[in-house]
Design a binder for this molecule. Sequence first.
Ligand SMILES: *[C@@H]1O[C@H](CO)[C@@H](O)[C@H](O)[C@H]1NC(C)=O
Ligand SMILES: *[C@@H]1O[C@H](CO)[C@@H](O)[C@H](O)[C@H]1NC(C)=O
Ligand SMILES: *[C@@H]1O[C@H](CO)[C@@H](O)[C@H](O)[C@H]1NC(C)=O
Ligand SMILES: *[C@@H]1O[C@H](CO)[C@@H](O)[C@H](O)[C@H]1NC(C)=O
Length: 588
Amino acid sequence: MGLNFRYKAWVFLWVLCCSSLISSVKATVTYDHKAVIINGQRRILLSGSIHYPRSTPEYYFEERYDLVKFIQLVQQAGLYVHLRIGPYVCAEWNFGGFPVWLKFVPGMAFRTDNEPFKAAMQKFTEKIVGMMKQEKLFETQGGPIILSQIENEYGPVEWEIGAPGKAYTKWAAQMAEGLSTGVPWIMCKQDEDVPDSIIESSFLIYFLVRFPEFGGAVPYRPAEDIAFSVARFIHNGGSFMNYYMYHGGTNFDRTAGQFIATSYDYDAPLDEYGLPREPKYSHLTKLHKVIKLCEPALVSVDPTVTWLGDKLEAHVFKSESSCAAFLSNYNDSYAARVSFWGSTYDLPPWSVSILPDCKTEYYNTAKVRTPSIHMKMVPTNTKLSWGSYNEEIPYPNDNDNGTFSQDGLVEQINMTRDKTDYLWYLADVAVSDDEKFLKTGEDPLLTIESAGHALNVFVNGQLAGTAYGSLENPKLTFSQKIKLHAGFNKLALLSMAAGLPNGGVHYETWNTGVLGPVTLTGVNSGTWDMSKWKWSYKIGTKGESLSLHTASSTVEWKEGSLVATKQPLTWYKVRETQGLMNFTCQSS
Ligand SMILES: *[C@@H]1O[C@H](CO)[C@@H](O)[C@H](O)[C@H]1NC(C)=O
Ligand SMILES: *[C@@H]1O[C@H](CO)[C@@H](O)[C@H](O)[C@H]1NC(C)=O
Ligand SMILES: *[C@@H]1O[C@H](CO)[C@@H](O)[C@H](O)[C@H]1NC(C)=O
Ligand SMILES: *[C@@H]1O[C@H](CO)[C@@H](O)[C@H](O)[C@H]1NC(C)=O
């Protein structure tokens, strides 16, 4: 892989809204204890996360990775950009955004005071900053980027690893500053050891919901509750907030991190397809407008807090020329009527009313006035045509067909380099005629320990069973009696990776695949330890090598009445015969 791949790592963006159109004159970006200062003016920054490689086709520039084009588009829309360079981004992205080859660089240790890592990180950061400068995309050059982020959520790792973590934080901050972007740098979730010149931002990240886990519930968070939290953040003096995510998108191809679902919809105000999710979208849009009305007061003074009753508060921002008030009811089940500066206001439970002139209630977070619209994806045409293709189970020692042998069990990603999620572990199991279990019918027990993430076990071409791990614990154990006959039995284990981890202390050292022990108990000698046997391996599936999942595949699919049903390891494709949409999918 050439340079293209090396830099196909991920830079994610926070798009800042509710800012006035960007002026074309060169400007400065600084900050003080209250707010980020753009062009000499303190600003309230309301931002939403979008990951452009996860976005809908409107953002699909053939190559989904055209960062420069994306930022130019954001600028055209009159928005600012907070550019999260990382290079570590977490983001439920495969390997946290790092390319897999990085783990195999000699002497490599991720995200610590390690020379090979720091060299790679600096090279990447310089590359991205260089691209941005060349295209004049920083605010000081007339572009939309007002902030950039180095590293991501490093605080917890630093806390765990201690001194080398502290040294790394210091190095990262200095390295970033050395690049002279002209705009401030941010570190996120980094409470300690942040140099003065870097904005510590653990206070601003704002999760809408928990991310979508494979097999987990679809995330949901009501508009009222989000609006309430944002209003609280602002009335407590917050000046820069971010919705994670404002538009969640889709994990295309194999980009999802370990056990992360394909959908990254996030129950976000803009749904997976980029469509407004109502009433959330309109309710939050109104909130942003009313916060914008309060901006002159919010950035001028610190709030004065008054108790209006049990769980009832007024936060007032009053300067010589402006006044904004936030009346809040923290009781989650009782509405309240409060008196404030001679008027009465009704506050629903768990809500904040916003008075941009300290008099008139323009907005209450619990009063949703937008109708709910239920968006539904419907096929343009219901006539579907299915095809199937049976995956072959490879044989051990079939070197002509791409298997290779090695003593003992191997780590999966070391073999696949993440080019595929699949690795076959193959063995011939020789059973002599005098094995007692052949006569008693007491089948021997096969036990397989795997570092993850899912496993299909085939004995003599038949599926014997399946086991899988989870996000919480990717490891799995397969333990089942299997049918063996006298002579050679073909054991084929299909080990499947469900994405790579996207974070954790030294996650580059975490293993995947069948690392053992693998044992067979109930044989004449008691137990066979198969872990040290000579195993055959095959990387990937036949379907992948035939590019079945792409439009360029030319194999003959079984169609109509010949379509396989209830078969393990079958590729399926479905096509709308009269519609526009067609796609393929795999079931295993
Ligand atoms: C809410 O208000 C009711 C009525 O005043 C009270 O009984 C209840 O304890 C309050 N709940 C909380 C969480 O403060
Ligand atoms: C192995 O290769 C032979 C010859 O190309 C082919 O006929 C056979 O189907 C292959 N078997 C598998 C399991 O791929
Ligand atoms: C990775 O595979 C190579 C051989 O391909 C082997 O020499 C090396 O020890 C393996 N490393 C790990 C960590 O398994
Ligand atoms: C999918 O649909 C497009 C447009 O109708 C068509 O050109 C293409 O051949 C179809 N692909 C497959 C694999 O059927």
